[in-house]
Design a protein around this ligand. Structure first.
Ligand SMILES: Cc1cc2nc3c(=O)[nH]c(=O)nc-3n(C[C@H](O)[C@H](O)[C@H](O)COP(=O)(O)O)c2cc1C
Length: 308
């Protein structure tokens, strides 16, 4: 008997993009859901496939529709993905979209969209393999939104965290280290703080933090960027999510269960705000990437639901 959770994690280790698969119902109303099961299949004829699960509300519709569309989300469209994965019923009121020549809804501001007629479909276990013949498509030069079991990622933001340079800037790199349902905090006289280091410029946040982990000989594995922001004092902050393999890091701090964490106990206001967001996201199993400054910025909420 295969362990379903481990299998899900194994599938989730395959990094993908994110798409919104859309169609129109009998009354012409737009329907759609988030899918990362997209695959390009053939150039001649031009074919693609996606796998709608039997669990989705409009499975029957995708089982009978003659046309559908696939929109490949761009960097920054995490909220669109979240909206179509668990969001409200009026999903299409939350995003900007248009209809293609066949009346099928297509999401705006994406990397690419494909309008398809159904070429073939068959049931495959608890999903359907839906093969579309591409009738028309659009392509834009935008970086795509990535997805894996760690949540969403953006290659250009990762690269920016590691390579952009500005020698006048004081780089502060921190991490939110999870161990089970606990996180690592440091107790200081003025309150709680997250493990963090400083480096000159914005250069090499990830490598600087990795070096710090290695120097302390901690069993901590760095994950994706969680938050990037600047303050008015020319400090540039980058926080990573990270996982500890054991509670050995308690020799440098203290592990506190996330649900007992008082975000107001953090001495730094920006860290307090970030940890308050983190607590909510742990509860909702939804993670985001924050990009902005100390006071304002965009939180792109994400959904760690894993498929394929
Ligand atoms: C990144 C991501 C990828 C997903 N991929 C798929 C997929 O390929 N097939 C699928 O059926 N559901 C997938 N889901 C889940 C559906 O989007 C989710 O169950 C959605 O709510 C279904 O629509 P419904 O709420 O109208 O039933 C994915 C969710 C996320 C966040």
């Amino acid at each position: 008997m295969l362990d379903e959770n481990i299998l899900r994690r194994a599938f989730g280790s395959f990094m993908t993009g994110v798409t919104i698969v859309t169609a129109s119902d009998d009354n012409g109303n737009p329907v759609g859901f988030t899918a990362n099961s997209f695959t390009s299949v053939s150039m001649d004829p031009p074919l693609l496939l996606v796998c709608p699960g039997k669990h989705i509300t409009f499975y029957d519709l995708f089982n009978t529709t003659t046309h559908f569309a696939v929109s490949i989300l761009a960097e920054g469209q995490e909220s669109v993905s979240n909206n179509f994965a668990s969001g409200p019923e009026d999903r299409f009121e939350q995003v900007s979209w248009h209809r293609d020549s066949f009346g099928t809804p297509v999401i705006d501001d994406v990397c690419a969209s494909f309008s398809c007629s159904v070429h073939h479909r068959f049931e495959a276990g608890d999903h359907m393999v839906l093969v579309g013949k591409i009738l028309e498509f659009e392509q834009f030069e935008r970086p795509g939104l990535g997805y894996s079991s760690n949540g969403y990622f953006s290659l250009s933001k990762e690269q920016q965290a590691d390579t952009s340079s500005d020698k006048d800037v004081n780089g502060v790199t921190g991490m939110i280290v999870k161990y089970g349902d606990q996180i690592l905090v440091l107790n200081t006289d003025s309150g709680l703080t997250l493990p963090a280091i400083q480096q000159q410029g914005r250069n090499g946040a990830r490598s600087a933090m990795q070096q710090h982990i290695d120097e302390l000989n901690l069993d901590i594995k760095l994950g994706p960027v969680y938050s990037i922001y600047d303050d008015k004092q020319n400090n540039h902050y980058t926080y990573f999510l990270a996982n500890a393999a054991s509670d050995a890091a308690k020799r440098v701090g203290q592990f506190i269960p996330v649900n007992q964490l008082d975000s107001n106990a953090f001495s730094d206001k920006a860290q307090a705000t970030m940890m308050s967001r983190f607590k909510t996201e742990v509860r909702n199993k939804v993670f985001g990437l924050y990009i902005g400054d100390v006071e304002s910025g965009d939180v792109h909420h994400t959904d760690t639901h894993q498929e394929n």
